[in-house]
Design a binder for this molecule. Structure first.
Ligand SMILES: Nc1ncnc2c1ncn2[C@@H]1O[C@H](COP(=O)(O)OP(=O)(O)O)[C@@H](O)[C@H]1O
Ligand SMILES: [Mg+2]
Length: 297
């Protein structure tokens, strides 16, 4: 969507230029002006597109993510949900051919600004992957690793206990902290990965289909856990499970893939983004309705 169209169709959105683009001799580029920041907005995506080489995987996304809410991304496979999620903490930097256009504003600061340190970004904005990926180390070391790297000194026992408690795993592992994390069940491993993400005190947790490798009981425990921690964290979750999106999220974004006839490729677009309750009961776009009612072709 062209900026001028966006201004017309979404008049509530703040007008250009934004804090990160305005040139002001007295302020560094990366520092936003207080009046430009919506206090409840953690992220503002502005006209975001992601390419792999010349292939555009997702295009022109505008979206605001609010703090201490669970925001879910749904849509068919291949429509760019993972690609988009990975922009929120610059994980796409690790993919050689990936290129990001547009802005990811985090509290008004563009994460892709050259002055921004991606390591610090990933400390504040943690990630939990589809497949639980504990380090082949002890339960204790898995949790203590991040704080150690971040320079936390001394006895990390307290951080380990607090993180495991927050991730609802403490009672199950407190007597075997020195055992290998690889001996835990899949559901326990995923909660361990959540505890590991929480151990460095992030503000945001990104979760990419965190339950897709888990059974329904383990899935239920992760969903309960998300509900418990959302008063303290902003959570973004990609899920292929619409019931899960309906159960856990406050706001929900539906993406689909547009076919480009000439190149025979598919590009993801954001179709609709609204309160979850509205997305599932009375969506504005017919494509959303077809998808959430299972009539998607
Ligand atoms: N590392 C990559 N290199 C090239 N293409 C990729 C890469 N990762 C994803 N893609 C392509 O980008 C599109 C979106 O993929 P993805 O973000 O994984 O979708 P989703 O998570 O919605 O299933 C797909 O066409 C996929 O093949
Ligand atoms: Mg994916």
């Amino acid at each position: 969507m062209a900026p001028e169209t966006r201004t017309q169709s979404q008049p509530e959105k703040r007008s250009e230029p934004t804090a990160a683009t305005r040139v002001d001799a007295n302020r560094p580029v990366a520092e936003p002006r207080p009046e430009d920041i919506d206090p409840t907005a953690v992220f503002d995506l502005e006209d975001l597109s992601v390419y792999y080489g010349s292939f555009r995987a997702i295009r022109n996304v505008d979206m605001t993510v609010c703090q201490k809410q669970i925001t879910a991304f749904i849509g068919p496979s291949g429509c760019g949900k993972t690609t988009l999620l990975r922009c929120f903490n610059r994980m796409n930097d690790l993919v050689d051919i990936a290129r990001v256009e547009g802005k990811v504003l985090y509290h008004g600061v563009n994460l892709y600004d050259s002055a921004v340190n991606p390591v610090e970004v990933r400390r504040r904005i943690g990630m939990v992957f589809q497949k639980p990926n504990p380090f082949p180390k002890s339960i204790y070391d898995n949790i203590a690793f991040g704080p150690k790297v971040a320079g936390v000194k001394g006895d990390l026992g307290e951080v380990v206990e607090r993180s495991l408690r927050r991730a609802a795993l403490w009672d199950e592992v407190k007597d075997r902290l020195k055992d290998s994390a690889m001996g835990l069940s899949g559901g326990q491993q995923q909660r361990l990965c959540i505890a590991r993400a929480l151990a460095v005190d992030p503000e945001v947790i990104l979760m990419d289909e965190p339950c897709s490798a888990l059974d329904p009981i383990a899935t239920g425990r992760i969903e309960d856990l998300m509900e418990e921690i959302k008063s303290e964290y902003t959570i973004l979750i990609v899920t292929h499970n619409m019931q899960q999106a309906a159960r856990v999220s406050d706001r929900c974004a539906f993406f689909t893939a547009e076919v480009n006839e000439t190149s025979d490729t598919r590009t993801g677009i954001l179709v609709e983004f609204d309160r979850t309750e509205k997305m599932f009961s009375n969506p504005s776009d017919e494509r959303t309705e077809n998808y959430v009612t299972g009539r998607f072709g």
